[in-house]
Every structure is written in structure tokens, then in C-alpha cells.
Ligand binder design. Structure first.
Ligand code: ATP
Length: 359
């Protein structure tokens, strides 16, 4: 395994006048070429985490390391301008009176002006901004301004870049393009990128690994597919997309649910809560011997369809392709196509309980 470029260990921060910390025990590492996404609801501490890593805030407890260099911890505090970390703000924060080239040259220190100009020109070229060097920021589109902000962050030689909701004000197409460019840049330049977003789709599609935060803490960290398919708890399951939460009794890897006996992603014994995503359920004509529900609504979305199915006292969401045709009022049987994820085993019998390891 490669060595991490940046590591945060147990970062905890309480603002003056606040009773409790806004981030608690936040720990993660980012590797060369990797995009790590911090995602979570508004106010959960994403920006504070980035600002603490950058040195704009000082953590009460915890360490930040850049490679082997300690930036914060054990009484040491390296100021932001000496951290060699690039930071891109949500609102770009470009200097309006300076040209694109001068904006990018701004943070490059310790080299003659001609060298600064050469570095800035090369970075602008790399980000597809060649030819725009003499423009002012207000003569650029939002996407171009965001690329200039990114160029300014990496031009001083930063190998770690922190992006705080950098795409939120861009239109969906530009957002999509720049997300791809950031990924490519991280891979090619072997940079470590930490991206903050509250958009779960952006987090899932952009990240190599994502960390889901709530109330100042990381609830789960892992590859997007793993976290999406094996959420550690109800919050993570619901934050990353629609899901069906099902109460059941587990016996080993089998859950006795209103849908019938279904496979579980790990072993448990006793009362547990499951998460089963709508696209992980198939809808069938009634199958003999299996519980039968009734379609009570459907949402056509062009490329797929979501059915609302009442079964017993509960309502389930099932997502199929747009060709699976059930009408409202039709009877139907629900059949999981993947094992359901256990998201709450706090009421299960502890001794028999074996959870999946964290990714
Ligand atoms: P958003 O997605 O809305 O930007 P966030 O997850 O980035 O939210 P933070 O900006 O880190 O959240 O804020 C976390 C909490 O800390 C919030 O309750 C916020 O009000 C509080 N907070 C942030 N900065 C300060 C400060 N300087 N003084 C006191 N409280 C602060």
C-alpha cells in the first residue's frame, strides 16, 4: 500500500462559547491519486474539518500530518501558508482586479517572477484555460472561474488539495465536466484531493472513498459501492439514497421479514433492522407461497420506474427498469436480488452477532 499524503487523527474542535465540539475524533488518510469525499447534512462539520486541516482553525485535540511532517499536534502548529496544501473555496475567492494569470501566480513563492509566470501558464494549460491568461475573473464563466481557483490552489506545488463545495453554483453539465477533470487531475498528478459536498450523488460518483459525517463525527468511511450497499447504520443508509428499512428477526444469515425469509449481508440473532434499496428488489406476479402485496402508486422516471407496494401494514419502494409494467391495484410479490444490509443490531443477541468488517 502507498504511503498516505495527508492524515488527520482524532481531530476535535470546539468553538469558543459552544458547549460541545463541532467535530469529534475525525480521522482519515488520503493517498496519492485519491479523491476522498466528505459528505453529510448541513452543519455536520465538513467545512470545519477542512479548515482545521488547512490550519485556518486550530484543533483542541488531534493531529494533522502531511507525509511524515506533523502540521498540528503535540504543541506544534504550522500556519496555513506553510502547509503546502491547496484550498478551493465554494465562492472561488478570486481577486477581481487581477488577471487570470496573476491570480494563479499569486501564491507561488520563492522563485523569480519569470518562473512564476511559467508555472502559472503551465497549470492554466493543464486545466484547459490557455488563452484566457489576460482576462479578469468577471469575464469568465462559473466553470472557468472554478478552474482558475483550482489552478491557483495547485500552482504553488500543492500535492494535497481541499475543495469545499466547489461545484455547488455550477450548472449540472459544467459540474459533471469539472468533477471528471478533478478526478483526472488527481490521478495524473498523483495528488490527494479531499472534496466536501452535501450532494450524495456527487459524493458517490466522484469519490474513490467517501466518509459520511453526522454531528461532527464520521459515521462510515469506505469505497462508495461498499458504503452504499453495506451502510453501517440507518442514517448512512437513508442519507445515501432511498431505502426500505425493515424490522425482522435474524437467525444467522437469514431474516424472517414480511417479505418472507431473505438473505442478510452478515450474521445476527434476534431483532435487527435491515436496509434494502428499491433497486435491489424485483417485482413479480404473485408467487404461490410467498407474501403478496398490492401496487398502490408508481413514479415513471424515463429510464426507470419506482413502484410503491403495500404489504401488510408497511409500504415498500421497488425500482425496476421502465419496462416492468405493473398497474396501480395489481397484486405483486417482492423478491430481494441482493442480501439485505443489517443497519441496526443493537437489540440482537450480542454474543452471536458478527458484523461485516468496515471497508
Ligand atoms: P454546510 O454543509 O452547511 O456548509 P458543514 O457541514 O460544512 O455545513 P460547518 O460549516 O463545519 O458545517 O459547521 C459545523 C457547525 O459549527 C455548525 O453548527 C456551525 O454553525 C458551527 N460553526 C462553524 N464555524 C463556527 C464559528 N467560527 N464559531 C462558532 N460556530 C461555528
Amino acid at each position: 500500500m502507498k504511503d498516505p499524503l495527508l492524515c488527520a487523527h482524532n481531530l476535535t474542535k470546539t468553538f469558543p462559547g459552544c458547549d460541545s465540539p463541532v467535530i469529534r475524533d475525525v480521522s482519515f488518510c488520503v493517498y496519492p491519486g485519491e479523491v476522498l469525499t466528505l459528505v453529510g447534512p448541513s452543519g455536520c462539520g465538513k467545512t470545519t474539518t477542512l479548515r482545521t486541516i488547512m490550519g485556518f482553525e486550530q484543533a483542541d485535540v488531534g493531529e494533522v500530518k502531511y507525509g511524515e511532517t506533523l502540521l498540528q499536534g503535540g504543541g506544534r502548529f504550522v500556519p496555513p501558508e506553510q502547509r503546502k496544501i491547496g484550498f478551493v473555496f465554494q465562492d472561488y475567492a478570486l481577486f477581481p482586479h487581477l488577471s487570470v494569470l496573476r491570480n494563479v501566480m499569486f501564491g507561488i513563492q520563492g522563485v523569480p517572477k519569470a518562473r512564476k509566470r511559467a508555472i502559472a501558464t503551465e497549470v492554466l494549460w493543464m486545466l484547459g484555460l490557455a488563452g484566457l491568461e489576460d482576462r479578469r475573473p468577471h469575464d469568465l464563466s462559473g466553470g472557468q472561474q472554478q478552474r482558475v481557483a483550482l489552478a491557483r490552489a495547485i500552482a504553488p506545488g500543492a500535492r494535497v488539495v481541499l475543495l469545499d463545495e466547489p461545484f455547488s453554483s455550477l450548472d449540472p453539465d459544467t459540474r459533471h465536466t469539472i468533477r471528471g477533470e478533478v478526478r483526472m487531475l488527481a490521478e495524473r498528478a498523483k495528488m490527494a484531493v479531499v472534496l466536501v459536498t452535501h450532494d450524495q450523488e456527487e459524493a458517490l460518483s466522484t469519490a474513490d472513498r467517501l466518509a459520511v459525517m453526522r454531528n461532527g463525527m464520521i459515521e462510515q468511511l469506505g469505497p462508495p459501492e461498499f458504503v452504499y450497499n453495506h451502510p453501517a447504520n440507518k442514517f448512512v443508509a437513508q442519507f445515501l439514497g432511498r431505502t426500505n428499512l425493515i424490522e425482522c428477526r435474524a437467525d444467522g444469515k437469514v431474516g424472517d421479514t414480511p417479505l418472507g425469509k431473505i438473505e442478510l449481508n452478515s450474521e445476527a440473532a434476534g431483532a435487527v433492522t435491515l436496509s434494502l434499496r428499491p433497486e435491489h428488489i424485483e417485482l413479480h406476479k404473485p408467487i404461490e407461497g410467498k407474501p403478496t402485496g398490492k401496487v398502490i402508486a408508481r413514479e415513471f422516471k424515463g429510464h426507470d420506474m419506482t413502484y410503491h407496494v403495500r404489504l401488510g401494514s408497511a409500504e415498500y419502494l421497488v425500482q425496476t427498469d421502465a419496462h416492468c409494467r405493473f398497474d396501480v391495484g395489481d397484486p405483486a410479490t417482492l423478491k430481494p436480488r441482493t442480501p439485505a444490509a443489517i443497519v441496526d443490531d443493537s437489540r440482537a443477541e450480542p454474543t452471536k452477532n458478527i458484523r461485516l468488517p468496515l471497508a
